[in-house]
Design a protein around this ligand. Structure first.
Ligand code: PBG
Length: 324
């Protein structure tokens, strides 16, 4: 019945045939490029563990945004390296903060880019945790108003979408309520709903200077062994008012992306994180991998797993390679 009647190779004989029957058509339409904003002017400091990625002052960020837009990438996500840190991450809510000023500058430059902001405390606290500390523990409920104020300050500066990455319980509801109260009912929330406690964030913590000074993030980020719990986290965030949800990291969690895609009818994002990027870059630099080929393969696989939106440090390279 099957062979020799069925020969799957018939449809693989030429690029024209392969192209015709291709199931996943990877494009730049869902890509988001992460950027790190630091104080000063004309600052562009390379992040050693993430070749091609820089900490940049607002003026440089605007220049880079022009390039990103011209490459056909629809949006960016901003992370801040503030001038000062304290126990409560107070500087994260300031209208004069680096992220807030970067958003305003991008808006003034009249770019069409979607501006997403990471909402979290870890870059702004002197202890490096994603929430405030009480009795040596991260205090969930005391963190919520600060996250909400931060999100409102991003919206006020002109952000299109806020993306809470802290993993506090109830933060989506707190942020949604604060946005609505402040007349930002139209600002969307992309929640890092299933964010795992992952070793793959290592290089990011150098880029964002956000390494916890004691302990780790296991009491708030998810256990890598859990999949059903990811569906619960997503359900809760949607109930609280998230418009879109994200799985993070991407490659070790393709099964989670697929399960979230199949279980919920909302846009699903995936964050192809710093460590995933660093692995590819390091191997490519040694000549052990063909960078273009593996990057396009892995981004296609994240889309094939079910992600509509992919946050990735490879976005600019991928967009260049895809240009006709
Ligand atoms: C902040 C945050 C982190 C990342 C995104 N937002 C770091 C962390 O939770 O430690 C990681 C991104 C990356 O590794 O590329 N909470």
């Amino acid at each position: 019945m099957s062979f020799p009647k069925h020969r799957p190779r018939r449809l693989r004989r030429s690029e024209a045939l392969r192209n015709l029957v291709r199931e996943t058509r990877f494009t730049t339409a869902g890509l988001i490029y992460p950027l790190f904003v630091c104080p000063g002017t004309k600052v562009r400091t390379a992040v050693s563990s993430m070749p091609g990625v820089h900490q940049q002052s607002v003026d440089q960020i605007v220049e880079e945004c022009r390039e990103i837009e011209s490459l056909g990438i629809p949006g960016i996500i901003l992370f801040g390296l503030p001038e000062s840190k304290d126990a409560r991450g107070t500087s994260s809510t300031s209208a004069q903060g680096v992220v807030q000023r970067a958003i305003e500058a991008i808006r003034k430059a009249n770019l069409k880019l979607l501006v997403i902001t990471d909402v979290c405390l870890c870059e702004y606290t002197d202890h490096g945790h994603c929430g405030v500390i009480a009795n040596q523990e991260v205090d969930n409920d005391a963190t919520l108003p600060i996250l909400a104020a931060q999100a409102v300050s991003h919206a006020r500066a002109g952000a299109d979408i806020v993306a809470p990455s802290d993993m506090m319980d109830g933060r989506v509801a707190a942020i949604r309520a604060a946005l609505d109260e402040n007349k930002f009912a139209d600002i969307a929330i992309l929640s890092y709903a299933a964010k795992y406690s992952s070793g793959f964030y290592g290089p990011f913590r150098e880029a964002a200077q956000s390494t916890p000074q004691f302990g780790d993030r296991r009491s708030y980020q998810m256990d890598p062994a859990n999949a059903r719990e990811a569906l619960k986290e997503v359900a809760l965030d949607l109930e609280e008012g998230a418009d879109m949800v994200m799985v993070k990291p991407a490659l070790p969690y393709l099964d989670i992306i697929r399960r979230v895609r199949d279980s919920f009818d909302v846009p699903v994002g995936a964050y192809n994180v710093s460590g995933e990027y660093a692995m590819v870059k390091a191997a490519a630099q040694k000549g052990w991998l063909d960078e273009q080929r593996v990057v396009l393969e892995l981004l296609t696989s994240i889309q094939r797993a079910g992600a509509d939106i992919i946050l990735t440090y490879h976005a600019k390279d991928a967009a260049r390679w895809l240009k006709p």
